[in-house]
Design a protein around this ligand. Structure first.
Ligand code: NAD
Length: 295
């Protein structure tokens, strides 16, 4: 069993750290919120007084923070994590951040002989609780293989996308496509409804036709077409509109840096931003359907 320092115990990090404890690892935790720490300590983790304490004398450090600026602040600088971790510790950042920050931290770590991989996740809060997340990793193959020792206890699918930063790039490519698919699926379903079709019948037809996609298969955006999806629960739970906007913003930033043309990603970002402005930021992202459904 491994010694793990886990920093950032929010909606995702809390259940992920809990799964490591349940799998028998020796887990030290730190979060700025005492309540967040308490929920994992009750299960058997030990509380640390600081992030640096959590990151000392462990085999792995996992960080699960809101954004790139939090990751840079935590790792870098005179008092940052890199000033205290052992050179045998593998650093794993699972936050969704820009690839540039991931590469900057990795380069700084490398100058000190410390290994770092980016390992953003897909699968949401439900996947974090169930231990079925997908980890999309960037880093050296040997570090990726070593990380699997603990990632397997938090996730089901563990991918190696390429060098450091590649995990972040793959994650935002996926989420940009997901946003486009959800908006397009909503648009098509509403056009069908406006022209007299039953959305369930139309969904069944498209599921067996060339418009078939993940949203139709597992996450229909029209209320009451499918059971057990956010659309049939007032768009509660699932993946928040504002988090999708964050990921689309990261995609736009990456596209600008690489001079990639992403007209549909840009349109999706505008649609989701408009939707959030109408007080929908905390709803599930499939609620974009309501933008087309507005009468
Ligand atoms: P969250 O806001 O619930 O949790 C973040 C936690 O980090 C908080 O508990 C906060 O107190 C803590 N924190 C911030 N700065 C810290 C510091 N310096 N030291 C210690 N703790 C600190 O966010 P979340 O939903 O858990 O998301 C975390 C990351 O995972 C984000 O990058 C997000 O984009 C990504 N993500 C989220 C989801 C989702 O559905 N929520 C899905 C996939 C990926």
């Amino acid at each position: 069993m491994a010694k793990v320092g886990f920093i950032g115990l929010g909606n995702m990090g809390g259940p992920m750290a809990s799964n490591l404890v349940k799998a028998g690892h020796d887990v030290k935790v730190f979060d700025l919120s005492q309540a967040a720490m308490d929920s994992v300590v009750t299960l058997g983790a030990s509380a640390s007084d600081s992030a640096n304490e959590a990151a000392t004398s462990v085999d792995f450090v996992v960080t699960m923070l809101p954004a790139g600026k939090h990751v840079a602040q935590l790792y870098l600088g005179e008092q940052g994590l890199l000033s205290v971790v052992d050179d045998t510790t593998l650093l794993i950042d699972s936050s969704t951040i820009d690839a540039t920050t991931a590469r900057t931290v990795a380069e700084q770590a490398q100058t000190q002989g410390i290994a770092f991989i980016d390992a953003p996740v897909s699968g949401g809060v439900g996947g974090a609780h169930a231990g079925t997340l997908s980890f999309i990793c960037g880093g050296q193959a040997a570090h990726f293989d070593s990380a699997k020792t603990i990632l397997n206890d938090m996730g089901k699918n563990i991918f190696h996308a390429g060098d450091v930063g590649a995990g972040q790039v793959a994650k935002i490519c996926n989420n940009m496509l997901l946003a486009v698919l959800m908006a397009g699926t909503s648009e098509a379903l509403q056009m069908g409804i406006d022209n007299g079709l039953d959305p369930k019948v139309l969904s069944d037809i498209m599921l067996k036709s060339s418009g078939r996609n993940w949203c139709l298969e597992l996450y229909n955006p029209v209320p009451n077409v499918m059971d057990n999806v956010p659309a049939s629960n007032h768009y509660q739970g699932g993946f928040m509109v504002d988090l999708m906007i964050k990921d689309l913003g990261l995609a736009a930033q990456a596209a600008q840096l690489s001079k990639s043309s992403t007209p549909l990603g840009s349109a999706a970002l505008s649609l989701y931003a408009m939707h959030s402005k109408h007080n929908n930021g905390e709803k599930d992202f499939s609620s974009i359907f309501e933008l087309f459904n507005e009468k």
